[in-house]
Design a protein around this ligand. Sequence first.
Ligand SMILES: [Zn+2]
Length: 83
Amino acid sequence: MAPNLLRFRNRLRKQIVLMADSLTSLLAMFKRKDQDLGSQMICPFCGLITPRRKMCCLECGKSLKLALEQSIRSWNITGGQRV
Ligand SMILES: [Zn+2]
């Protein structure tokens, strides 16, 4: 193979590795964001986004335990697919 072509191939490989690294870190950012959203839930009574660890809504004060149980039940019924 011609030396120019070899240099071009090596440069191209380095570029591909750099792009793969960038894409991997970009995907990692989105993944982290997803997990953050997964730790929140919307109150079925007033619609406020509330952390899942809270057992009652921060706005209306109603219990989120029942809504959480229903969401877990529907998660199990659909086999992990979000509805
Ligand atoms: Zn509420």
